[in-house]
Structures are given as structure tokens and as C-alpha cells.
Design a protein around this ligand. Structure first.
Ligand code: SF4
Ligand code: SF4
Length: 473
């Protein structure tokens, strides 16, 4: 029944295979010889399949867990260096016809404020985001063929790319909208999107159907097969994710890796990113009513094991997580974080007051400004990066993956991180952040191994200080 190359959801995410995997993991969770062999394979940067990774997830031995953490950290540094890419979500509309029981945008919620941005409002949001320093957005919208048809999404993308305010620009728009048709994916591709992101929520079909009782999202197969349609529509980069807390995390973890293996087997390109959201409190949603919540240690272990299992895939942590949790998991292989996010519709230009009826999708746990986040990252030794170069240089899909798997992408990521950070410091940073950042750039330039790249990056950084913008490798 299990067939990694099948295009049928129930065959490439086979329930039977997941249950067998979990039994295998339980049977071997103290099998030191096997665990060491799996860790050695991971050390060779070959990645791990869902069975191997599930054994590590089941393993409770502290010394082995520490080995997993050390390896995750090393792999992140080898592939991506110490840069952390920054992005912000932009909520376009919270109209939605689905009945997802864990999301306050569900159709039956009558007391949430329903909003949909006009193009003028989109422009205002984009200006507010540009004024913070953001260059990369993930747009979000509920599923509603009347209020949010694909034409509306395309129009918003056009508006976002067209706004050039002061030195600001949104250079990459990632899209997180409901599963759709090949034809619509082609339209998104033609509109110049970066990554298409769609969270599976849960890979357990039975739970999936219960958690999505009504609306088009109820169709498990249509949702699960969306990434194949997206790739058929020409979208090279897709982002996976599950909402941890809905189902048993070990089931989800195995399903997530099986999905990654499926994309690799069928399309030759694994997921560009994996997000690891956890269920959060929101209007009419109490996370305590879901009994599969995971603690911070388990969450950290999941992050480390994703990094080890799919070394070439970016890993994203949002402001759903607090500063403390972000500090815990950043060294374990996270490569992208959001900063200063607003999860309400129109919340950047006009933040909602406490008295207002909210339009937010979830409560943000990290409420710091972008400047504070940038400052904090640098103090921990990371380079905050506003880079969008790959997609703009046509390094997407297998072209990107080849560079990444050969560990060459770092030659682009590192200087690009320094140059985009320099832009940020010049245009948006507070005096303290600017001082820390300029010192960091000086130190990091010295670490560029290729003398030609080092000289060019240094020259570009001087040019940025002189007012020029948008250099990239
Ligand atoms: S999770 Fe998405 S599809 Fe479901 S109710 Fe929320 S916005 Fe709608
Ligand atoms: S060079 Fe490519 S992979 Fe690296 S940060 Fe920039 S866009 Fe991302």
C-alpha cells in the first residue's frame, strides 16, 4: 500500500506505514547500536528517512539526545552558516468558508471581526512593513471563493511588488493560501511568488476529517496532494508544516518526513521549507481543549531532528513561539524566523486596540519590534538576513537544491546576509543596533574564504553606506 512515488495521498502518506514506523521506533528506542548507526549516517549529511528519524525521536537517552542537538547545530552551520533569514506574515483577509476547529477564522465564528484589505490598505500595510525594514513577506488569506478568489490574491501580489517607499521594497512574496488547482498555481507562479506554503495541519486522515468537518478543506486527499499540483503548475519551491498539538506528534513527524520523501522521489526536489507551528490560544480557541500539546523539550527535539533528517530544507519558527523558546531552538537548526508580526488583518498600519473585536488568527508570543529582534539575534552571534537573492537569481527548485546539497549555498547566504543587514542598519536600525551590526559585519567579512567574493562584498557594503541598494550574489 505504501508507495513513496504514488500521487495518491493515502499511498504516499500511508497510515499503515506510519503505524509500523512507530512500532519499529518503540522497539528500537534503546537499541544503541542502531541509534549510533543512524547518527553516523546523519553525520555523513545524507539525511534520514522517516523510519530512522522516528527511532531517534523515540529515544530518551540523554547522551544520545545531546548528540542529536550537537549534530543539528553543526549541520545548520555547515549548510547555512550563522545567518537567520527574516520575514513577516501579511494577513490579507480572514473571510473563510472552512470549519477548522482550531482556527478562529472558521465560518461559524460570528464574533471575530471579518476584514479584507482593499488595494489601498494593502499598500498601507506594505509601507508600514517596509518602514520596519522587511523585504520578505508571507501573505495569508482564508479560503473563500467569493471574497478571496485567486484574482484578489494576484492583485494583492502585484500591489505588494509595486510599492517602493523610500529605500524600501518587498523583494519576495511567499504565499500561504488554501489548496487550489494546477491552473491557479500556474497563475501564482506567473505572478512571481517565492515559496508556496501550505500546512498539512495533521497527516492523520481520521483526525484531519474530524478537525475539518465542513468546507472544501475537509477533503484530505485534495489538501495532501496540493504540493504535487503546485509543482505541476510550475512552482518550484514549496513549504510544508504541521500544526503540532492536533495529533500525536510522533505520527505527525513521520508523516511530515514521508511527505518530504515523496516530493523528492516524484519531483526530484524536496520541500524548500518546513514550518513547525504549535497550536496557540486565539479568539474562541483554547489550546487546552486539544490534548496532544507538546512541551518545549519535545518541540526542541523535533526541530533538531528535522534539521538532521532534511539538512537542505529551511526551517521556520514564527512569533507563535516566545523569545525563550526561540532561543532554545534557534541553535538547533532554525534558518528563518518572523519578526514583529501582526496576525490581524491590517494590523501593521493600524494595530488593533485591546478594546476592539480582534481579527487575529492567533496570539503572538513574541511581541518585540524588528529592531529588538535584529539586535537580539546579533547578540547571540547570528546574522539577521533580509536576503531574497535565490528566487531573484532563478536559483529555485533543483538548482537551489543542488547548491544546497553540495553545501555551496553558504557562499551566497553569508555575503548576502551581510549586505542586506547593512541596508537594514543604514535605513531602519536604532543607533545601538547599528553599532553592533556594523561591528558584526566587519568581523564576518573577514571570514569570507574566497578573496574575490570578500573584495566584492566589501565594495558593495561601502556602496550601501554611500546610499546604493540591492546588491546580491
Ligand atoms: S486554518 Fe485556514 S482554512 Fe481553516 S479556518 Fe483558518 S483560515 Fe480558514
Ligand atoms: S542566498 Fe538564497 S538561500 Fe541564502 S539567504 Fe539568500 S535567498 Fe536564502
Amino acid at each position: 500500500m505504501y508507495d513513496v512515488k504514488s500521487l495518491k495521498a493515502e499511498e504516499f502518506i500511508s497510515d499503515e506505514e506510519i503505524l509500523e514506523t512507530l512500532a519499529y521506533a518503540d522497539a528500537n528506542k534503546e537499541n544503541v547500536e542502531l541509534i549510533d548507526a543512524i547518527l553516523n549516517k546523519a553525520r555523513e549529511r545524507k539525511g534520514l528517512n522517516h523510519r530512522e528519524a522516528s527511532v531517534l525521536l523515540a529515544c530518551d537517552m540523554e547522551d544520545k539526545i545531546q548528540e542529536m542537538y550537537d549534530l543539528a547545530k553543526q549541520i545548520k552551520e555547515d549548510y547555512y552558516g550563522n545567518r537567520i533569514v527574516m520575514f513577516a506574515p501579511l494577513y490579507l483577509s480572514n473571510y473563510c468558508v472552512n470549519g477548522c476547529v482550531y482556527c478562529p477564522y472558521h465560518l461559524k465564528n460570528k464574533h471575530i471581526a471579518r476584514k479584507k484589505l482593499t488595494q489601498e490598505e494593502v499598500a498601507k500595510e506594505v509601507i508600514a512593513l517596509q518602514d520596519m525594514g522587511h523585504k520578505r513577506l508571507a501573505i495569508e488569506a482564508g479560503e473563500d471563493p467569493v471574497n478571496n478568489p485567486i484574482e484578489y490574491i494576484l492583485e494583492c501580489i502585484d500591489t505588494i511588488y509595486s510599492i517602493k517607499h523610500k529605500n524600501g521594497a518587498i523583494r519576495r512574496v511567499n504565499v500561504n493560501i488554501a489548496a487550489t488547482t494546477v491552473e491557479n498555481y500556474r497563475k501564482l507562479h506567473d505572478a512571481g511568488i517565492g515559496t508556496y506554503i501550505l500546512f498539512q495541519e495533521t497527516y492523520n486522515k481520521k483526525s484531519y476529517e474530524e478537525l475539518h468537518p465542513t468546507g472544501p478543506k475537509h477533503d484530505y486527499a485534495y489538501h495532501t496532494e496540493a504540493m504535487d499540483r503546485a509543482m505541476e503548475g510550475g512552482i518550484d519551491d514549496v513549504g510544508l508544516g504541521v500544526l503540532f498539538g492536533l495529533e500525536l506528534y510522533r505520527y505527525e513527524f513521520a508523516g511530515l518526513l514521508m511527505h518530504a520523501e515523496h516530493l523528492e522521489a516524484v519531483h526530484g526536489v524536496g520541500p524548500h521549507t518546513i514550518s513547525v507551528p504549535r497550536l496557540k490560544r486565539a479568539d474562541d480557541i483554547d489550546p487546552d481543549t486539544f490534548d496532544n500539546g507538546i512541551d518545549d523539550d519535545t518541540f526542541a527535539k523535533i526541530c533538531a531532528l528535522i534539521r538532521i533528517s532534511v539538512p537542505y530544507t529551511g526551517m521556520i519558527i514564527s512569533t507563535r513561539e516566545s523569545q525563550a523558546v526561540r532561543e532554545k531552538v534557534l541553535p538547533l537548526g532554525v534558518s528563518q524566523i518572523s519578526g514583529a508580526s501582526r496576525t490581524s488583518v491590517g494590523g501593521y498600519a493600524e494595530p488593533e486596540t485591546e478594546e476592539e473585536v480582534t481579527s487575529a488568527q492567533f496570539d503572538v508570543s513574541d511581541n518585540r519590534t524588528l529592531d529588538e529582534v535584529v539586535n537580539w539575534l546579533m547578540k547571540m552571534g547570528h546574522i539577521p538576513s533580509f536576503c531574497t537573492a535565490c528566487y531573484r537569481e532563478g536559483r529555485t527548485g533543483d538548482r537551489f537544491m543542488t547548491l544546497c546539497k553540495n553545501m555551496q549555498i553558504l557562499n551566497c547566504c553569508h555575503p548576502n546576509a551581510l549586505m542586506t543587514l547593512k541596508e537594514y542598519l543604514e535605513d531602519y536600525a536604532s543607533p545601538e543596533t547599528k553599532e553592533i551590526g556594523n561591528k558584526l559585519i566587519e568581523q564576518e567579512l573577514e571570514k569570507i574564504p574566497n578573496p574575490k567574493v570578500k573584495a566584492t562584498a566589501t565594495e558593495y557594503i561601502h556602496n550601501i553606506a554611500d546610499g546604493k541598494r540591492d546588491f546580491r550574489f
